[in-house]
Design a protein around this ligand. Structure first.
Ligand SMILES: NC(=O)c1ccc[n+]([C@@H]2O[C@H](COP(=O)([O-])OP(=O)(O)OC[C@H]3O[C@@H](n4cnc5c(N)ncnc54)[C@H](O)[C@@H]3O)[C@@H](O)[C@H]2O)c1
Length: 261
């Protein structure tokens, strides 16, 4: 199978670092004109210059996904420059772990606003462009927490379950325009969001024991899935929540296969 994404235009939120940065660079290497956005202006400046070395038509914007005005502005600007918007990856996200008696209302609000409302605002703003083209791909970052919440992380898990359900509803709405809407559920990818790779060895080992493929995920594992979902070959997949977690819920006690004595 040969995936050809050449000359498509993709908007990626939270592209300044971590998984989003790798998605942006991977799509650019596949010939996509990338519109990278992030709330962190230093990070987006760095990624924008990395992208420019791959594709001089790529663009970078500082944008908070909670800001509908800024979203409208950047999409109009990118559309004027590049002529279309084929792909939207709603990758931006925040986490905030705390037991419920220590979970502030403000933390709850920020997590729902960035993860859920930010996804909604981006989709609402991009839909008219995709409808006019009668084609589009919207790909939303959910999480394994959408299926199985982690203890002391109810705000995050709730937000990601909402993203998964929003994805299904929007897939129904936009299907008639040949726009697919999917979500993906990464398991454990060490990034600045979770600092997994910096945990003590015994803690890392404990977490790895929950995975059928007993290794951390890489940002490439996610970027590869995004390239596929963005491609013509994925044109019959919509409304799905795709598990990219190394089999986190595939088996009951996956560590039994690794610790044999
Ligand atoms: N890393 C994992 O194991 C994992 C697992 C499941 C889901 N996810 C999801 O994948 C996505 C990326 O995660 P990551 O690990 O790369 O995290 P990260 O914290 O390294 O990166 C998140 C990016 O989003 C940006 N961002 C945050 N708030 C924003 C806002 N209001 N507007 C625009 N950009 C904003 C940040 O500046 C950052 O660049 C998130 O949605 C996360 O919930 C990650």
């Amino acid at each position: 199978m040969h995936i050809d994404l050449g000359d498509k235009v993709a908007v990626i939120t939270g592209a300044g670092r971590g998984i989003g940065r790798d998605i942006a660079l991977s799509l650019a290497r596949e010939g996509v004109h990338v519109v990278a956005c992030d709330v962190n202006s230093d990070d987006i400046a760095n990624v924008t210059s990395e992208l420019a070395a791959i594709d001089p038509l790529s663009l970078g914007y500082t944008c908070d996904v909670r800001d509908a005005g800024r979203i409208a502005e950047l999409l109009a600007d990118a559309h004027t420059a590049l002529g279309r918007i084929d792909i939207l990856v709603n990758n931006a996200g925040v986490v905030g772990d705390a037991p419920i008696d220590e979970l502030d209302e403000s933390t709850w609000d920020v997590i729902q606003d960035v993860n859920v409302k930010g996804t909604f605002l981006m989709c609402k703003a991009v839909a008219p462009y995709m409808k006019k083209q009668r084609a589009g791909r919207i790909i939303n970052a959910a999480s394994f927490a959408a299926i199985s919440p982690r203890v002391r992380s109810v705000a995050y898990a709730t937000s990601k379950a909402a993203v998964a359900h929003f994805t299904r509803g929007l897939a129904g709405e936009l299907g008639p325009w040949n726009i697919t809407v999917n979500a993906y559920a990464p398991g454990m990818i060490p990034t600045q969001m979770n600092h997994f790779a910096e945990l003590p060895d015994d803690k890392q080992s404990e977490l790895l024991d929950t995975l059928t493929l007993r290794r951390w995920g890489s940002t490439d594992d996610i970027a590869n899935l995004i390239c596929f979902l963005a491609s013509d070959q994925a044109s019959y997949i919509t409304g799905s929540l795709i598990d990219v977690s190394g089999g986190k819920l595939a088996t009951q006690i996956p560590s039994e296969a690794y610790h044999t004595d």
